[in-house]
Design a protein around this ligand. Structure first.
Ligand SMILES: Nc1ncnc2c1ncn2[C@@H]1O[C@H](COP(=O)(O)OP(=O)(O)OP(=O)(O)O)[C@@H](O)[C@H]1O
Length: 264
């Protein structure tokens, strides 16, 4: 495995926000992290990315403890796009993406035409090449989100960790972005709220509930009607097609007839 979490615990005061989570991530897989609001996805991601130290437990990257790695070495291996990612505002779109190259630059390895080409490709991949010279502060939420992803791709990580990457995106760019990250030759871990997207793009899905990892497996095995009711408190049917892909159809919580207009 490429990334391995063992017995991870993180607490806020006495409350366990992440409660003894163990998880092995396989090289090249797209692992989805799903769960209700507040179930601990972002907190787990912060530890998997080496951004937050666990209270107990370990995270290893290809056998090396994350907390023994230098920031710069870690940044060459893992790129994280946070839920509320921000960028200093006095930059153009392209300059913001070029920051992704920082971990690869040094006195011995200054900015080169290769870096230039990587940034160009990342801009094009997220459909933002036409706005390369626009100032950051004039961009929409969805455009900024696509640039955050481009910056992470420009970082050329082995593992890309995304916290709700489709936030702010229209449906074309939601699908386009998940398709793009899936097509990269890297390992992807993504917290997702749209369970149909998780079913469509993920090799495996990890389900969080109240800080615990309650299920881990292939979408069709994990996203059952019963689990959707237990964990997400929704009434839904799950259809599985001949190829084994699953599709979730939600039902109204209670079948109450809509109020009719007052009779004439
Ligand atoms: N620094 C903190 N201090 C206190 N409580 C915290 C802290 N960070 C997170 N929490 C709480 O921990 C719980 C889990 O938060 P987390 O952001 O990990 O959940 P999440 O599954 O990512 O939620 P969402 O789907 O809403 O983004 C929440 O109840 C949150 O309020």
């Amino acid at each position: 495995m490429i990334l391995s979490a063992q017995d991870l615990v993180w607490r806020a005061g006495r409350r366990a926000i992440v409660d003894r989570v163990s998880l092995d991530v396989t090289p090249g897989e797209f692992l989805g992290l799903v769960g209700p609001n507040g179930s601990g996805k972002t907190s787990l991601i912060a530890m998997l990315a080496g951004l937050r130290a666990p209270v107990s437990g370990t995270v290893t990257l290809a056998g090396t403890l994350l907390n023994r790695m230098k920031r710069r070495d870690l940044a060459r291996q893992i790129a994280l796009v946070e839920q509320q990612a921000e960028t200093a505002e006095r930059l153009t779109a392209r300059e913001a993406v070029a920051l992704g190259r920082t971990p690869h630059l040094s006195a011995l390895s200054p900015w080169s035409s290769r870096d230039e080409a990587i940034v160009d490709k990342a801009m094009a991949d997220v459909d933002m090449a036409h706005l390369a010279s626009r100032s950051w502060q004039t961009l929409s939420g969805g455009e900024r989100q696509r640039l955050h992803i481009a910056r992470a791709l420009a970082q050329e990580p082995r593992i890309l960790i995304l916290d709700e990457p489709t936030n702010h995106l229209d449906v074309e760019h939601q699908i386009g972005l998940l398709d793009l990250v899936r097509s990269q030759d890297i390992t992807v871990i993504a917290a997702l709220h749209d369970l149909n997207h998780a079913a469509m793009f993920c090799d495996r899905i990890a389900v969080m509930q109240a800080g615990r990892l309650v299920a881990l497996g292939k979408p069709a095995d994990v996203l059952t009607s019963r689990r959707l009711a237990e964990v997400f408190k929704v009434d839904a049917s799950v259809e599985i097609d001949a190829a084994g892909s699953c599709f979730i159809r939600y039902r109204h919580p209670v079948a109450v007839p809509r109020a009719r207009h007052a009779a004439s």
